[in-house]
Design a protein around this ligand. Structure first.
Ligand code: ADP
Length: 437
């Protein structure tokens, strides 16, 4: 009511002014009444006109972009403008909050390692994250509102989209057949669909490697076992002379040793995979380590090779002593086993200008063909299978070395050429190399 009173007062005031003027002029009677009514009408008109102007200002503000505050005055229109402005600000804040929430939500999905794609009921893309775009070769901006089946034309995918029942997932070949995607659709809302995709190439490759590994291990164990059971059979059923018995027992010992070596290497690999990374603060002096591996190599060579080892002074490597010894020992044992009698084997140590360190095992043996070099560190990969087995090799030595190096933040570098000997280099990062302080 407080907007109504001022207007009534204005009308009453003007009526009174009219009556006073009428009385002053002295016309009296009806004329005074007429003038009072005219005054009231004039007062009301002036109020209405002022209201019209204020209403017009408010309307002009509403039609504008509302960058300026609403017109302020103490009247009804002022309060109306103020309330409208407040309501608009609150609604803008709410919209902004919701917009920010949606943005945060989409940013979180964008960060997902899996592909996420939203479709409307016509299978048109509404939104997709970068991973989904990468998986399906889409452009997250350009392809919005496109039907997905027009863009992903793989028949298996089109059939999956059309089947309408998406209980199970779909395996899809990706990147020109070089990878595999696992795709899953979940319906939501009014006919909308959520498509999830995951690159399972790595997982499948690991699974295949695991299967190969089990098959290889079984094969490696079965061979000596078959030989052993044959000998056991001969010993029990045949009447052997003493010399024959000794020979059979020697062969049996060889096969048992082969199985023992295989199991030992498998255990080493399992330990390497299962234990924490070697500490960067545990400093292993190289001199005693070199002494031990050289003594082992000399025992294995039994004087058939010329062995030379560098003086390493006070050099130290940060890591796990037994692992480092096993890595260098494996390389030396390979050099002894593959280098013919009279050959030369060098164990060298170098600290480079950038601080990194290099242990090199070099021989002047038969060398290795270039085509084999990249595969040498794979488990059970052998260039010459029978030579490896004859000399007690398990096919796991270099993969153990590679593992040890990876755990020490280093790498193994192999240089070899057929007929030119081989050099196996263990490269340690500067942070793991020092001179005894
Ligand atoms: P293995 O137990 O068979 O020696 P490794 O993993 O240690 O297995 O080595 C893999 C293969 O690399 C060997 O089978 C052998 O053919 C080749 N190789 C390794 N070291 C040498 C070397 N010093 N000279 C020639 N060939 C080598």
């Amino acid at each position: 009511m407080n907007w109504f009173l001022p207007r009534m007062l204005a009308a009453a005031l003007m009526a009174a002014v009219g009556a006073i003027i009428g009385t002053a002029i002295g016309w009296g009677g009806d004329t005074v009444l007429v003038l009072a009514v005219l005054g009231a009408a004039l007062g009301a008109s002036v109020s209405a006109f002022a209201d019209r102007i204020r209403g017009y200002k408010l309307m002009r503000w509403l039609r504008s972009d509302r960058a300026q505050p609403a017109p302020r005055d103490t009247s009804f229109w002022g309060e109306l403008g103020y309330r409208m402005e407040r309501a608009l600000i609150l609604s803008q804040r709410e919209t902004e909050r919701e917009r920010q929430q949606t943005k945060d939500f989409l940013t979180a999905i964008e960060a997902s390692p899996n592909g996420v794609l939203l479709m409307d009921k016509y299978d048109q893309i509404e939104w997709c994250n970068g991973v989904a775009a990468d998986h399906f070769g889409l452009d997250p901006r350009r392809d919005v509102q496109q039907r997905i089946t027009n863009l992903v034309r793989d028949p298996a995918f089109v059939a999956y989209m059309q089947q309408g029942d998406w209980e199970g997932g779909l395996s899809l070949s990706a990147r020109g057949g070089r990878g595999t995607l696992s795709v899953l659709i979940r319906p939501y809302g009014a006919g909308k669909k959520l498509l999830l995709s995951q690159d399972v190439t790595e997982g499948l490759r690991n699974e295949a490697m695991r299967r190969d590994f089990v098959a290889n291990v079984s094969h490696e164990i079965r061979t000596p076992l078959t030989v052993l059971s044959g000998f056991v059979e001969s010993l029990t059923t045949l009447k052997l002379s003493e010399a024959e018995r000794t020979l059979v027992l020697a062969r049996m010992r060889e096969q048992t040793a082969r199985m023992q070596a295989l199991v030992a290497d498998l255990l080493t690999l399992a330990q390497l995979e299962g234990s924490p990374r070697p500490s960067p603060d545990n400093w292993v002096p190289l001199a005693p380590l070199f002494d031990r591996v050289v003594a082992e190599a000399q025992a294995l060579s039994a004087g058939r090779h010329i062995l030379h080892a560098d003086d390493v002074g006070l050099s130290e490597i940060a890591g796990q002593g037994t692992e480092l010894q096993s890595a260098v020992g494996n390389l030396l044992s390979n050099a002894v086993r593959y280098t013919p009698e009279g050959g030369r084997i060098d164990l060298r140590w170098q600290q480079r200008a950038d601080g990194s360190g290099l242990i090199v095992v070099q021989d002047n043996g038969p060398g290795i063909g270039r085509e084999h070099l990249s595969r040498l560190t794979e488990r059970f990969y052998r260039v010459d299978g029978s030579r490896s087995r004859d000399t007690g090799g398990t096919g796991l030595g270099l993969s153990i070395v590679k593992h040890v190096m990876q755990r020490h933040g280093g790498e193994i570098d192999i240089e070899s050429e057929l007929g030119q000997g081989s050099a196996f280099k263990l490269v340690f990062p500067a942070a793991r190399v020092r001179q005894t302080p």
